[in-house]
Design a protein around this ligand. Structure first.
Ligand code: TXA
Ligand code: MG
Length: 327
């Protein structure tokens, strides 16, 4: 039985339009790609991205892949060099994700890239995914459509068993073809394989005419083997102080909720993640506000306590990383 809040539709000729409308409203749509089913949200809407993390139950904000309809759309969000362009031309559409510098004016929300200056982009080779991306005309952030910690779904039934009642729409396009996630290659310095996947290493190396580099050993003790995390985390230059109970002169204040904080009038700048104490709104604002306060030349950024339930866990996880001493 489907939960009344999650609609399941067949991938017929009307499906792409319905899916695109749902995404444009900020809704969450599971759809087939050739690798696995993705859980999509409009990548330009931070609140939709926050709801996506919440629906997956992710305890941290991992950067997401932005899916687009074609290379031209990819070039509007990411900067290609000769090597990444060659890979895109040879292997897109297909199960290859490229991690690239963000293009100037990249509309992808900071929350979708976890505040990084890079963006993961992919042009999927599935007619249903393509039709949805074409109809929306905006990038769609989509992790695999499973609960955090579960395996990636290859049928609409897998998606429903994890996410029924947590998302707006499931587009059933039958079982997927590839069944493993996309291969992720970073083209930032030398082309580096971040995650093996649907495109074999040899196919990529043949296009490049050289071997792919291996990622440097991950230094993050929480997620030693998590793919993608080696690209490091967004960290403000200004020192971040968590669970602040009072503000001293020279601090910038990252507030949460309604209660006043002692000394707030001393703050050189104040931004409130969510005056009404809503964690979805707070997550949507998190990276943008950290960046904004980082630019104020404050002595430190004082962050008010943020509850740990729901998206609060991921928000606190990111804030802890931002507060950790840098090398
Ligand atoms: O086949 C796939 O790739 C599927 C379908 C739905 O497209 N998607 C998928 O997404 O597997 P997800 O979220 O489960 O995995 C995305 C990976 C994560 O390991 C993440 O860390 C990495 O991509 N990633 C995303 N943006 C990145 C970035 N800017 N730098 C480094 N790694 C990044
Ligand atoms: Mg996944």
């Amino acid at each position: 039985m489907m939960d009344p809040t999650t609609q399941l539709i067949a991938a017929d000729e009307k499906a792409a339009g319905i899916a695109a409308q749902t995404l444009a409203r900020g809704g969450l749509v599971a759809f087939p790609t050739e690798t696995v089913y993705g859980l999509g949200a409009d990548a330009t809407q931070p609140e939709a991205i926050a709801r996506l993390y919440q629906a997956k139950g992710r305890p941290s904000f991992n950067p997401l892949i932005a899916h687009v309809a074609d290379l031209a759309a990819a070039q509007a969000i990411a900067r290609f060099d000769a090597q990444s362009l060659a890979l895109a031309q040879a292997l897109w559409p297909g199960p290859l994700t490229l991690v690239l510098p963000k293009a100037q004016g990249c509309p992808v929300a900071d929350l979708a890239t976890a505040g990084l200056d890079t963006v993961a982009v992919r042009v999927p080779a599935h007619p249903v995914a393509h039709a949805i991306l074409q109809a929306l005309g905006r990038p769609v952030a989509a992790p695999s459509a499973n609960l955090s910690g579960h395996v990636s779904p290859t049928t609409a039934a897998h998606v429903a068993s994890d996410l029924n009642g947590r998302i707006d729409l499931i587009v059933d396009g039958g079982p997927v073809r590839v069944g493993v996630e996309s291969t992720i290659v970073a083209c930032l310095t030398v082309p580096t394989m971040l995650r093996p996947g649907g495109v074999p290493r040899g196919d990529i190396e043949r296009v490049l005419g050289m071997a792919l580099a291996e990622p440097a050993a991950d230094t993050d003790p929480d997620t030693p083997l998590a793919p993608g995390m080696l690209a490091s985390h967004y960290a403000p230059r200004t020192k971040v102080r968590l669970d602040a109970r009072q503000i001293t002169a020279g601090d910038a204040l990252l507030a949460f909720g309604a209660p006043a904080i002692s000394g707030a009038e001393n703050a050189v700048a104040t931004l409130n993640l969510s005056p009404r104490g809503d964690l979805i709104e707070a997550a949507a604002n998190l990276f943008g506000f950290l960046r904004a306060l980082d630019g104020k030349g404050a002595r430190g950024i004082a962050v008010m306590p943020i509850p740990h339930h729901g998206l609060g866990e991921a928000i606190n996880d990111r804030l802890r990383r931002a507060a950790a001493p840098q090398d």
